[in-house]
Ligand binder design. Structure first.
Ligand code: ATP
Length: 540
């Protein structure tokens, strides 16, 4: 039903128009079969009226069917696009923590596999409706010939339908399992593409990923998909069997129930006429079953909804010199999947003033990135309060906080297009020259000419993007870790002080103790808490 509403909610008018055209095509089918039967009864001289009726009915069947199909094709394509947009919106409206815990493999699988399966099913709807209209039309015609025949036929089909449900249910169960294997397969495929270097250097691991991962999961996937689709196909071949059974029963038993020979001829004509449409409909049902499973899987994506936080446009934030951030007892907890250990960052009290540089330091896993995600509004603190320019960040002010921060995280995604004003090309090219990237990359119409670069070079482009965004708060998560000594020095002694001079609030997560001296404040984390007493900035 979800599948039907997927189409119906897009455009009620188009659905109704397609339905009316489909009904017209079905009604014309009734007329067409009736005309054919009359012609067969008077083959010697059918007459021009029957010829005209035949042409009119045939043209109406084709035209109305085509109109219905075209409307449904448009509707189907719109539905697919709507579904894709809705899914992307749901992902982006979801909390960062949710996105991280669902993981890229599952999200990728939803955006590609599930949407693809639904796409192919939605694309088959026009064919389904056209053939469905013919089948319904033929049923109506049989009913008009004789109610007894219709009841007999409906009876046979009802039994068939009940029996049809048995394999269909089992098929559904197999396809649901196949869907789970598909998620696991995505994770293995990601290991192959992203971990190609490591796998080439480690034969044992490569075999494990190939045989134990892709191979083993692939076998399960093949098994369950084959069983599911085969069962659907077997169920579909019931159609053929029902056909023969219906014709046989009617032709052999009909005369004993007083059904005239002419009606039996009309009946046989109608049943043979719907052979191909019926088989088409039955063959398309597996695709609908798979789409149902995919839709359920998409709905089961527990993405949550933070859209309320970004519903209103931020009042302040955006471009300004700097922003005053204050943390009061903020904390965040990662819960463990297996036990109740988890990891807690905070409660933390801290202040970040405009025109200052804060170095956020501490050992690996001490909570620096987690704190940075709270500071930038990506993680909502489980307790405590963040204030931005003296106003507590609650509810829809979270978006204001997010839009105030330009963050370059260690796993930064580099976009080819630059943020901000359209006239930034000159400024961007000047920054590229300062970062010694001008021989490799240029900016034109707000786009980098290339982003196929080394890790350190890509980080420099990410820095250019962050600087151009003109946000009041700049947050760097170990930006210099991938840079050569010369550029490390440049970053700490030129870039950061220049930002401070412009009044920006600068927060740099760093392990580079050589440069701690540039900081106005050093915040050291140990096991998620600020180390006491706070370390004093060393003098350069
Ligand atoms: N995605 C996650 N899921 C569950 N726990 C996490 C996750 N990310 C971090 N943690 C927990 O939080 C702790 C702090 O991680 P965080 O990334 O904030 O540390 P960090 O100080 O930035 O470390 P590093 O210097 O290595 O980057 C980790 O030790 C881990 O226990």
């Amino acid at each position: 039903m979800k599948f039907v509403s997927l189409l119906a909610t897009r455009s009620r008018g188009t659905v109704i128009a397609a339905l009316v055209a489909g009904l017209l095509s079905g009604a014309a089918t009734v007329v067409l079969i009736a005309v054919l039967q009359r012609v067969l009864e008077r083959l010697d001289d059918p007459g021009t009226r029957l010829l005209a009726a035949f042409i009119a009915a045939a043209v109406t069947v084709l035209l109305a069917g085509a109109v219905s199909s075209v409307l449904l094709i448009r509707l189907a394509q719109r539905s697919i696009q709507g579904l894709r947009m809705e899914l992307c919106r749901r992902i982006l409206d979801s909390g960062m923590r949710r996105i991280e815990s669902i993981g890229p493999a599952r999200l990728q699988s939803a955006l590609t596999d599930d949407v693809q399966v639904i796409t192919s099913a939605v694309s088959s709807v026009p064919l389904l409706s056209m053939n469905g209209a013919i089948v319904v039309g033929a049923f109506v015609y049989i009913g008009m010939l004789s109610l007894k025949m219709l009841l007999g036929m409906v009876g046979v089909f009802a039994v068939g339908l009940v029996l049809y449900q048995l394999p269909v249910r089992r098929a559904g169960a197999h396809l649901r399992r196949a869907r789970e294997h598909q998620d696991a397969m995505h994770a293995h495929l990601e290991s192959v593409t992203r971990g190609a270097k490591e796998l080439k250097l480690d034969r044992e691991r490569r075999d494990a990923v190939l045989e134990g991962g892709v191979g083993a999961t692939g076998e399960l996937l093949v098994r369950d998909t084959t069983r599911g689709v085969s069962l659907y196909t077997i169920a579909g071949s019931w159609g053929q069997l029902l056909f023969l059974a219906t014709i046989g029963i009617m032709l052999f038993a009909g005369p004993h129930f007083g059904i005239p020979a002419d009606d039996l001829t009309g009946f046989t004509l109608a049943v043979i006429y719907i052979n191909t449409p019926l088989v088409t409909v039955l063959n398309l049902i597996p695709a609908l079953g798979r789409a149902g499973t995919a839709l359920r899987s998409l709905n089961a994506l527990d993405l949550g909804d933070e859209s309320g936080l970004s519903a209103t446009k931020p009042q302040g934030g955006g471009r300004s010199d700097g922003a005053a951030l204050r943390l009061h007892g903020v904390e965040f907890r990662y819960d463990s999947d297996t036990d109740d250990s988890g990891f807690q960052v905070g409660p933390i009290d801290a202040e970040f003033a405009p025109g200052t540089i804060t170095c956020l330091i501490g050992g690996n896993g001490s909570g620096k990135t987690t704190l940075a995600k709270m500071i930038s509004g990506l993680y909502l603190p489980g307790g405590g309060e963040i204030s931005l320019n003296g106003t507590p960040v609650t509810g829809d002010r979270v978006e204001e906080l997010r839009q105030s921060v330009a963050g370059v995280f260690s796993d930064v995604h580099l976009f080819r297009t630059l943020p901000g004003r359209p006239d930034t090309d000159d400024e961007a090219n000047r920054l590229l020259a300062q970062l010694a990237m001008d021989s490799k990359v240029t900016v034109r119409d707000g786009e980098f000419s290339t982003i196929s670069l080394s890790t350190g070079q890509r980080k420099r482009l990410a820095l250019v993007s962050a600087l151009l965004s003109e946000r009041p708060v700049l947050l760097f998560d170990e930006w210099a870790a991938d840079q050569d000594p010369e550029f490390r020095e440049f970053f700490y002694t030129e870039v950061l002080p220049a930002l401070r001079k412009r009044g920006k609030t600068v927060i740099a997560i760093t392990h580079d103790d050589r440069y701690f001296g540039i900081a106005d404040q050093i915040l050291k984390l140990e096991r998620g808490r600020v180390a006491e007493p706070a370390a004093e900035p060393a003098v350069l």
